[in-house]
Ligand binder design. Sequence first.
Ligand SMILES: NC(=O)c1ccc[n+]([C@@H]2O[C@H](COP(=O)([O-])OP(=O)(O)OC[C@H]3O[C@@H](n4cnc5c(N)ncnc54)[C@H](OP(=O)(O)O)[C@@H]3O)[C@@H](O)[C@H]2O)c1
Length: 377
Amino acid sequence: MSYPYVLLSAAVSLDGYLDDTGPERLLLSSPADFDRVDAVRASVDAILIGAGTIRADNPRLLVNSAERRAARVREGRPEYPLKVTVTATGDLDPGAKFWHTGGDKLVYTTDKGAERATHRLGGAVDVVPLGSDLDWRALLSHLHDVRGVRRLMVEGGGTVHTQLLRQGLADELQLVVAPLFVGDPAAPRLFGPGGYQPGRLRLTEARRIEDVVLMRYEPTAPGTGPFPAAADRHWLRTACELAALCPPSPTAFSVGAVVVAADGTELARAHSREGDDPVVHAEEAALAKIDPADPRLPAATVYSSLEPCARRASRPAPCSELILRAGVRRVVTAWQEPDTFVAGADGRGILVKGGAEVVVLPEYEDQAKAPNRHLLG
Ligand SMILES: NC(=O)c1ccc[n+]([C@@H]2O[C@H](COP(=O)([O-])OP(=O)(O)OC[C@H]3O[C@@H](n4cnc5c(N)ncnc54)[C@H](OP(=O)(O)O)[C@@H]3O)[C@@H](O)[C@H]2O)c1
């Protein structure tokens, strides 16, 4: 399953509220920040909001700058990003500005909600039922595969943001903190209670914009089991970047590997032939940097740009075996080992037989292959 890059965008008060309970929308951002948001909108393929925000704010959700819209058209993109909403009830006001401004609109809902939404909107809008419940992975996959969306901006509200973050589906959070208090417990909060991924997010930027502060965060906690989380993509990309650092060899692949604890702490990273060892493999070198008694290993994930090896001549144990011996039970990789040096290598098979989950993210295959082009003909 491939998903778009998911960017959550929100502004909050100092006490963490998205809005107050008054009839008008509370303006939290500053003028320059509204313009920044406009630029982000212009950069994406689609913008999603929950039906609650349509009902509360009646937003138009447009790219306001004519220059930015013209630039989109010059680049061969639609003038406005696709507008997307989610609803279970299908209770959508056909008079809302959302439907009468901008470009294409799309509603994701349940089978039951679809009847009501179609009835209310009169068939003029694309309504996609996703079963008895709305599954966010199915929604993202549909947006990617059917609507060609590669970058999705999510502009709330809190119910939507909370689900995407808790399910590990947000690639990035762009959070603006405004210097005011709401102080009303009945007002909507950005993030609701519940089980979030463990650990700390990575702060990638902090910027003052007039009197507000923009903070950008990336989740770091790996997914669990077969389900890829957004952080899995970030770490696999890091592994691919490490592969590019390998001294090239005519007789071995260039591979990068990272070992990450369940809370997103990086335990070790390495690449093939690093240091003074001309035959060391990336996963082997990374695991060698970790105390074998480290209690975080059983819940850790190994990211490797190439499937861990199944057989090798240069060392007694292949990397798939070393991973199992280290107690790691989850591996994320981009590329299945070709027959270049070992025919029918099946590191994945060894890992699965040993009880490990192997997740393949083929969207990184090209990046994993790039430092190995000379071996691939
Ligand atoms: N400050 C900011 O940056 C910002 C941004 C956006 C919004 N807001 C504020 O946030 C408030 C609205 O937030 P909110 O949390 O109440 O609403 P919301 O997240 O915009 O929408 C919630 C609604 O979306 C639908 N929905 C969400 N998850 C779903 C799922 N898994 N399956 C099916 N439908 C689903 C449901 O619609 P149905 O009820 O139709 O089933 C649900 O009631 C407003 O006060 C608004 O001003 C602030």
